[in-house]
Design a protein around this ligand. Structure first.
Ligand code: V47
Ligand code: SF4
Length: 383
């Protein structure tokens, strides 16, 4: 069940726009589309059209498989030196009494809560706190590693790292090497937002710029680490800004091959300085996922982060090019509930995730952080 047409059916349409037909033919021949064609898809590609192309590509890459992992989040603090206008989560240092700051011991208590449970990854991400420095996080990583060597340590956005390295007076390479030595294995994709300065200046002027974000990820890739990439969409950006963003990621991926997945993040508008901006419609969300799948031809994995999208929309994306739903996250992430997501206490059991995936005719597969398959769930095994 896909809700879309086969590529052959799309190409049989006699009234198909000439430029769109060319794009469909490129997809058929596994050729890369240009930036201009990416913009054209946003301008003219109806959901049925882009969805059919995206579903075709995802099917060729992954068959009916949809991945998830078993993870939990640690958010060390929501105190932040930066003032991103879309953020509903952070509190300025001077107002830190309204926020939270976890000690190392409190974070180790979170890790110990999962002792004996089959989680494979901890995702550590938070605000940029002036007192939580590189040394503090290296100690935390080493303690987690010593306590639970089998847990994959994924942590810190390029925004947090840029601040930490500058404060420690280290180059990006020196700082990354220290974190790697302490046990860090990969990085999440946050902080990317929209790289183009015309947008960045309006929504997050004071944090690391697009070039800096890409440099940190490239350095991690060169050290053999894998990272993710995100794009915050549905606010003040136009179609060209989106395509420019995806193109810069596509170029870096050509160079290093170090990205694990691409994660579009839908702007949510509750309680932030951009609350006057209406949220994108579900049709626009599905079109964006589809176009990302078509444009980012060197990213194998396209992730719908369900705590932000809501589980029903996330389920729909599975018919529009998405092959990954992230993890079974306990209610340890607050970024999206504070920004207005339907998921106020985001937690799904493995059974819930498998049901959600099977309900649209797909096969759930548990993966590790690097997309190695841990278990393929047949229908009988889940029910
Ligand atoms: O960079 C903040 C986004 C990101 C809002 O790599 C918002 O596996 C929507 O990147 N509306 C941080 N989005 C979280 C992140 C992430 C999440 C899950 C998985 C992974 C991964 C990475 O959250 C920020 C920003 O783009 N964000 N506020 C908001 N109001
Ligand atoms: Fe700080 Fe991140 Fe929020 Fe920006 S998005 S204010 S960097 S916590």
């Amino acid at each position: 069940m896909t809700g879309t047409f086969s590529l052959e059916q799309v190409l049989q349409q006699s009234n198909l726009d000439k430029n769109l037909r060319q794009i469909a033919e490129k997809v058929q021949h596994k050729e890369r589309i240009t930036e201009e064609e990416g913009v054209l898809l946003f301008e003219k590609g109806e959901l049925g059209f882009v969805g059919s192309l995206a579903a075709h590509i995802a099917k060729q890459l992954h068959g009916d498989k949809v991945y998830f992992n078993r993870n939990f989040h640690i958010e060390p603090t929501n105190v932040c030196m930066f003032t991103c206008n879309f953020c509903s989560y952070s509190r300025l240092y001077k107002n830190r009494d309204d926020g939270w700051e976890l000690t190392k011991e409190q974070m180790m208590d979170i890790v110990r809560k999962y002792d004996g449970q089959p989680v494979t990854e901890v995702h550590i991400v938070g605000g940029v706190h002036p007192k939580m420095n590189l040394e503090f996080f290296c100690e935390l990583l080493s303690e987690i590693r010593a306590h639970r060597p089998d847990l994959h340590l994924k942590g810190f956005t390029a925004v947090e790292l840029d601040y930490m390295f500058r404060k420690a007076k280290l180059t990006t390479l020196e700082g990354m090497q220290k974190l790697k030595d302490a046990g860090l294995q990969s990085m999440p994709g946050g902080g990317a937002e929209i790289f183009h300065p015309e947008v960045r200046e309006q929504i997050c002027a004071d944090k690391v710029d697009g070039t800096g974000w890409l440099h940190i990820h490239e350095t991690a890739h060169n050290l053999g680490m894998h990272t993710n990439a995100t794009m915050l969409y549905g606010h003040v950006e136009n179609f060209s800004h989106r395509v420019d963003h995806m193109n810069r990621l596509r170029e870096l991926q050509d160079k290093t091959g170090g990205f694990n997945c691409f994660i579009p993040l839908k702007f949510r508008n509750k309680d932030n300085d951009m609350s006057h901006i209406a949220e994108s419609s579900i049709v626009e969300d599905l079109r964006l996922y589809s176009i990302a799948r078509i444009f980012m031809d060197n990213f194998r994995n396209l992730k719908a982060y369900w705590p932000m999208l809501g589980r029903q929309t996330a389920q729909l994306t599975l018919s529009f090019g998405v092959n990954d739903l992230d993890g079974t996250i306990d209610d340890t992430t607050k970024i999206y509930s504070m920004a207005g997501s339907e998921e106020q206490t985001p937690s799904m059991s493995t059974e819930d995730l498998c049901d959600l995936i099977q309900a649209v005719g797909k096969t759930p597969v548990e993966r590790d952080t690097l997309y190695n398959e841990i278990r393929v769930y047949s229908e009988e095994e889940v029910n």
